[in-house]
Write a new protein. Sequence first.
Length: 250
Amino acid sequence: MPPFASGWALFLDVDGTLLDHAEHPQAVHVDAALLRLIGGLLDAAGGALALISGRSVGDIDRLFAPLAPPIAGQHGTERRSADGTPHRHAPALEHLGRAAAELVRLTSAHSTLVLENKGMTLALHYRRAPELGALAEREMRRIAAALGEEFELQSGKFVWEIKPSGKDKGSAIAEFMAEAPFAGRTPVFLGDDLTDEYGFDVVNRAGGHSIKVGAGSTRARWRLSDAAAVRRWLGEYLAHCGGRRAARIR
């Protein structure tokens, strides 16, 4: 792992990185210890910490309340800056509504498939039924093709997702890095999924630290084993930051 240093900008994926994956996206829970950790890191980084997730901003706010950190939701399709300014990339969502209706029919026929409608993205999860992975891929490819160039298909761990074209976790990190308080800092991004590879690319090009969580091939330069290891490492970094502040005070 990279040696701890001051001047980091922290970018943290949520599911599979800060939290273990669950069979259903709504089954996860953020405990008090993680809330204290994220709050402490926000303070130590001078606000230069953002959660980068496939979840919506509203869903992340629900999980991490009462904290309100900078967030990139739905793979960068929506974003909240450190000063609270919202940013949205809004394609023709009426077409997405028709796609959602088709997926509702699919999940009604296959109850182990889970549809997550996030507003601007549609995720079809097959974690509870890996044997339906081929069916999920085929149907999502068909629906994405019918939507046209405004939308694109993205794969992840036991999930296929239709999202607006042109935005991803890498573009979200780049947008944050152009703003205060992130600008001029060294970006550090932790993620576990295929969708996080876009962020790793951006961080690598910026000379930062890209950290893959879990097994699998990756373009990240460092690796941690699981969400528990991520929380321990971030706790060590927070202790390091606290030690540096104490030394300055003395």
